[in-house]
Design a protein around this ligand. Structure first.
Ligand SMILES: [Zn+2]
Length: 382
């Protein structure tokens, strides 16, 4: 049983990050782990984060949707969690996957505001509606996760069920997110990097996916580390990047980021780290057709360039057209700039493109982050 729980927590770990480009909603972990009515279980359980993430994926009709979790420091030593759960949350904190704060205040709303994301919370934020008017104006931006027939569902704070919606990112965010920021505190997990990040920061960085930096907190207009309250140093422009997504069988399965330094291989089972493995979503025929590494995507200047590295070749569907006559074939070793609206097709129904430009999803049920859990009603060993 303990082993199964660890596997669930590993799966959840893959769905929490502070990368502004990949997250789809903001949550307060301390709040969510205490939603006892979601499963009727223990007073606190990190598995409830998995349940809420699943609800988000179902609601967005997108696999692998990730959340930005703000965590009160007290959660790291919460006696209502198992020692295993506390250890896992501490690891997330150490790796900068979650934002640990002594006093979260309205940081959850600030992140949602800066990034234009929905917040998943039952708190009503009555006193903050002046500062964050979208809490009232956009019902899908503030959603309360509540028990539903097949797991949690979201209801808008102003009544009725709802799908999370993204708003426009705040104008301040574009400036903040165009730069890299450094915290003067050594070992800062959010704004470390060269010069910070502790003795083993470089070692830890090896083999980890590139993660975009968290948005700084703005205090009186000054970029500030939300963890340490210190003024951040501008460390230059943030490397250019572009978000792409894999779509299989009509459903977005995974988003990923390409940068100039970090080309990404997509295929059945690409070698090395950082590749996007499609094997688990393919039928036998597609698995035979698609090479282990099938296409390479990279950023050159502001262009996304796709290079076929497969045995069988690929195709480009301009402007997402699914008409056979429009398909441009991409022979092995051939490269092409991905124009606006273009979709790369590795095999019929297996595509890559910019997430906002991919055709809308069919009605699928995304894979559960909890699929390793035998039943939700289980009692954890303590
Ligand atoms: Zn810091």
């Amino acid at each position: 049983m303990r082993f199964e729980i660890s596997k669930v927590l590993d799966a959840i770990e893959g769905r929490v990050c502070t990368d502004p480009q990949l997250v789809r909603a903001v949550v307060d972990l301390a709040e969510i782990i205490r939603y006892q009515d979601l499963d009727g279980g223990r007073p606190a359980s990190t598995l409830r984060l998995g349940m809420v993430i699943d609800a988000l994926a179902r609601s967005l009709e997108e696999d692998n949707a990730a959340v930005y979790a703000v965590v009160h420091r007290g959660v790291l030593s919460d006696a209502d969690l198992t020692s295993n759960e506390r250890m896992v949350v501490r690891r997330w904190a150490d790796d900068g996957l979650v934002e640990v704060l002594d006093n979260p205040g309205d940081r959850m709303l600030e992140v949602a505001d800066l990034l234009g994301l929905p917040v998943l919370s039952r708190v009503r934020f009555d006193g903050l509606r002046g500062r964050f008017p979208w809490l009232v104006e956009q019902p899908g931006r503030a959603l309360a996760p509540v028990p539903g027939a097949g797991g949690p569902v979201f209801i808008a704070h102003l009544g009725g069920g709802h799908t999370p919606v993204a708003g426009p990112p705040s104008p301040a965010a574009a400036k903040l997110l165009a730069r890299e920021w450094r915290c003067p505190e050594s070992g800062c997990n959010l704004f470390g990097g060269s010069g910070g990040g502790g003795a083993f920061a470089d070692l830890a960085a090896v083999g980890r996916k590139p993660t975009g930096q968290a948005p700084p907190s703005l205090r009186n207009g000054v970029p500030t580390c939300p963890r340490h309250g210190t003024r951040l140093r501008d460390a230059g422009p943030r490397p250019r990047s572009e978000v792409l997504a894999v779509r299989v069988g009509g459903l977005i399965r995974r988003r990923f980021v390409v940068t100039e330094e970090q080309p990404v291989l997509v295929g059945r089972a690409p070698d090395g780290s950082g590749g996007i493995m499609l094997g688990q979503w393919l039928n036998d025929e597609a698995r035979r057709w698609i090479s282990r590494s099938h296409v390479r995507l990279e950023l050159r200047g502001s262009d996304v360039v796709v290079t076929d590295v497969s045995t069988n070749g690929s195709g480009i569907r301009p402007a997402g057209s699914l008409a056979e006559a429009d398909r441009i074939s991409l022979a092995p070793q051939q490269s092409r700039v991905l124009a606006s609206g273009d979709m790369v097709e590795l095999y019929p129904g297996v595509q890559i493109g910019r997430p906002s430009e991919l055709p809308a999803g069919a009605s699928y049920n995304p894979d559960s982050v909890m699929s390793e859990a035998p039943t939700m009603a289980m009692r954890l060993p303590r």
